[in-house]
Design a protein around this ligand. Structure first.
Ligand code: ADP
Ligand code: MG
Length: 528
């Protein structure tokens, strides 16, 4: 049996979970985060809050990396993951205090979540019934502005629908629909652009602000050829000698310029009009590029370069000198001034389905959580479109699963039964938090929900915007990705059981003294 005194790490983790959990849903609490360096962030995003917790507790660190990893993989659902993990920990800690071994708790939790999984499969709905826009709006939990939600929901649904229709489904990934953000302007100005938007301006101000034609994508620095480089090898120029005298140096420099001019000439002849490099453009060649009438941008992110390649049909070459005609893509490129800064919009000639959601918000604090929500919405809609089904949101799927778990409890022998029951209760944390966020009495709301689900009304949940317990798929449907929800539940069980086991392996005597080195395979005790 585990000494209850040892549940210190879990207690800390639960406290963190509680704070993060209150941000759940469109009416989740907004937190003001003040960091050590004095920076202040105002956010309603659970992921933001969790990432900025500065703690040494290894259990909290584990929670942080799990949530970050979950977001990276699924694009949404990390607050739910934390909330559910917190609830499972709370129930689990109670059970351990009552004498259950953590492995018994784990077994019970796994039995319960097998039932939950089945329940989820039983209660999915066809996507057509609710529409992809509704899935997008449900994920846009950081804005309640109905106009923004409607406009963005439609844009995201359109982008996801087109990329999936025009591509081999397996080939569609996050590169197809990217989110770019710029401080300044209103959220309502957020726009769907077909093509690639780069937050970069031309390397020389006098470069043309609009070109149409060949697109060159270079991963390396655009510079004069250096001795021994690909370029000098290719052109058979021996540039690798060490110049001594001033004249020799001058001749050497002239030769470098000559080679570059020749590369430039070839690029122009091939029809090149726009050049993007992942690294930099050296000062020594900027003028020549501008004089040649090219539009050139530098420091383009790797993902954006790949998106440009996909959109324009260009191949990425290591050096400007390696450019052959068949490596060029084609596009119309325009430099536009947005919120006081130049940005480059690349519209592919082939009309490849590559989209950019160009997010705007008046200040950086709001922009980050807003663009995160837009990314979540893109991920959720792509998921839903691929699966063709959705899960009812607003806590309805969790309520249904809790009901189904309760129905199986009596078939389970032994003490695991307690853990199975507890897991069912833990799932109701989602509707409970949503109810509280909209000002409902959580206890009353849960009773109402439980009665509705007992009567077979499986799509009854908390309508947060309406402030009631209601059928969530009518009017403005609340619907989520089934795959993300399934993964979220699974990860919560894994995480909670792992955390309960950490405490088991950490004898109470190791805590609080600080003068004892813990064994290698043990987690570090908290510093206090
Ligand atoms: P996560 O990081 O887990 O995605 P969110 O803050 O985005 O957390 O909240 C997601 C939860 O909010 C889901 O359970 C979803 O069903 C719920 N939700 C979103 N919009 C609504 C709404 N209008 N009414 C009720 N619940 C909603
Ligand atoms: Mg979300």
């Amino acid at each position: 049996m585990v000494d209850s005194e040892s549940l210190v790490l879990v207690a800390d983790t639960r406290a963190v979970c509680d704070v993060v959990a209150t941000t759940l849903g469109p009416f989740g609490a907004t937190k003001l985060i003040v960091q050590d360096n004095g920076s202040v962030t105002l956010t309603g995003s659970g992921a933001d809050v969790l990432e900025r917790f500065d703690v040494e507790n290894p259990a909290v660190a584990l929670l942080q990396s799990a949530a970050t990893g979950f977001r990276a993989q699924h694009g949404d659902g990390s607050t739910t993951l934390v909330a559910l993990t917190g609830a499972l920990l709370e129930e689990g800690a109670d059970l351990v205090e009552r004498g259950l071994h953590p492995t018994t708790v784990e077994r019970g939790y796994r039995i319960a979540f097998d039932v939950a999984d089945q329940s989820l499969s039983d209660h999915v709905l066809p996507l057509e019934e609710v529409g992809a826009e509704a899935v997008a709006r449900t994920a846009l939990t950081t804005t309640r502005d109905p106009g923004v939600r409607r406009h963005l929901g439609a844009s995201i649904a359109e982008a996801a629908d087109t990329v999936l229709r025009e591509n081999d489904e397996g080939a569609v990934d996050r590169l197809n629909v990217a989110v770019v953000s710029r401080v300044g302007g209103a959220m309502a100005e957020t726009d769907l652009v077909r093509g690639v938007v780069l937050t970069r301006d031309p390397v020389v101000e006098t470069m043309p602000r609009s070109v149409s034609g060949g697109v060159a994508l270079v991963s390396g620095t655009i510079d004069l050829p250096r001795g021994g480089s690909e370029t000098s090898r290719r052109t058979n120029l021996r540039l690798s000698f060490t110049p001594g005298s001033f004249e020799e140096r001058q001749a050497f420099a002239d030769r470098e310029h000559e080679v570059f001019e020749r590369d430039l000439e070839r690029a122009l002849e091939a029809g090149c009009a726009f050049v993007a490099t992942a690294t930099a453009v050296n000062d020594s060649v900027k003028r020549a590029l501008a004089n040649a009438g090219l539009l050139v941008v530098q420091r383009v992110a790797d993902d954006d370069l790949r998106r440009l390649a996909r959109a324009t049909g260009a191949s990425i070459v290591p050096e400007f000198g390696d450019l052959e005609a068949d490596a060029l893509g084609e596009a119309s490129v325009t430099v536009r001034r947005v919120a006081g800064r130049d940005m480059t919009f690349v519209e592919a000639a082939e009309n490849e389905p590559i989209y950019t959601l160009f997010c705007r918000a008046p200040d950086p604090r709001r922009l980050e959580s807003f663009s995160n929500a837009v990314e979540s919405a893109v991920a959720a809609v792509l998921d839903a479109e691929r699966a063709g089904t959705v899960a009812p949101g607003g806590g309805a799927a969790e309520m249904a699963a809790a009901r189904d778990i309760r129905a199986t409890v009596t078939q389970i022998a032994g003490r695991e039964q307690l853990a199975v029951e507890a897991a069912g209760r833990a799932l109701t944390v989602v509707p409970r938090l949503l109810a509280r966020s909209t000002g409902l009495d959580a206890g009353d709301a849960l009773i109402e929900l439980r009665n509705a689900h007992a009567a077979g009304e499986e799509t009854t949940g908390v309508d947060v915007l309406g402030g009631t317990v209601a059928e969530v798929l009518t009017d403005d449907p609340v619907a989520e990705s089934v795959a993300t929800k399934r993964a979220c539940w699974e990860s919560a069980v894994d995480l909670a059981t792992k955390l309960l086991r950490i405490d088991e392996r950490l004898p109470a005597t190791d805590l609080g003294t600080g003068d004892e080195e813990p064994a290698e395979d043990r987690p570090r005790p908290p510093d206090r």
